[in-house]
Design a protein around this ligand. Structure first.
Ligand SMILES: C[S@@+](CC[C@H](N)C(=O)[O-])C[C@H]1O[C@@H](n2cnc3c(N)ncnc32)[C@H](O)[C@@H]1O
Length: 210
């Protein structure tokens, strides 16, 4: 297998299943900082978390009164997420769904909050995914998409392939300005990896549907 093929393989379900299935995997149990900040002011309703992983954000929302749908293509991730949700007493507030977000369509379903953190797809796939996510926002609702900014490439912490990292302004092209008030930002935060602290940048797309 070539280097490019191995790297592409990292974006497949089997790789994520392996990561979540491994013994050394550690669950932080905390929500992402941008979600905690942005959702704190919202009135709980129906939320969907796309690329939910082990469910930290979905469980945090459920604990705050949201009725949550949480989707990921990793069965191993979802199994862990469901177990954590049950431990935290929110099993009845979260529906875990297996879905591939490269081809996912909301099919008319809408939520008051559509959120996605650190979902990265190959070949600029986040542009189409964001278009679908925007379709899934109910009138008056909020779209929040957060990812690793291209400025992080130099840290060595992120995938180096073109078309994987994104700035919020790029994703904003997938959101209709006639329907949404759109805010884009590159927001810095500190991330510790192997005991070393890095300043990293999150791409933050926040859009409110009128
Ligand atoms: C970096 S993790 C982020 C998990 C979680 N949102 C968080 O912030 O902790 C990316 C997640 O996206 C999921 N993912 C990647 N590609 C996907 C795809 N095509 N369809 C569905 N989920 C995908 C992975 O399984 C993984 O759980």
């Amino acid at each position: 297998m070539s280097h490019a093929e191995i790297t592409r393989e990292m974006f497949e379900q089997s790789s994520w299943d392996e990561r979540y299935g491994g013994d050394g995997h550690i669950w932080s149990g905390r929500p992402n900082a941008v979600l905690a900040r942005e959702a704190a002011a919202l009135t709980p309703g129906r939320a969907v978390d796309l690329g939910c992983g082990e469910g930290g954000d979905a469980i945090w929302l459920a604990e705050r009164g949201w009725q949550v749908t949480a989707a990921d293509f990793s069965g191993a991730g979802l199994a862990r997420a469901a177990a954590h949700g049950a431990e935290r007493g929110v099993a009845d507030r979260v529906e875990w769904r297996q879905a591939d977000l490269r081809t996912w369509r909301p099919e008319g379903e809408q939520w008051d909050l559509v959120t996605s953190h650190f979902l990265h797809l190959l070949d600029d796939g986040m542009l189409e995914a964001t278009r679908q996510m925007a379709d899934a926002v109910a009138p008056g609702g909020t779209l929040l998409v957060v990812g690793h900014h291209p400025d992080d490439a130099h840290t060595g912490l992120r995938w180096s392939m073109p078309g994987v990292l994104f700035a919020a302004e790029e994703l904003a092209q997938a959101v209709d300005p006639d329907l949404f008030d759109v805010h884009t930002e590159a927001r810095e935060r500190r991330e510790t990896r192997d005991g070393v602290e890095h300043v990293v940048t999150d791409a933050v797309l926040l859009a409110r549907r009128r």
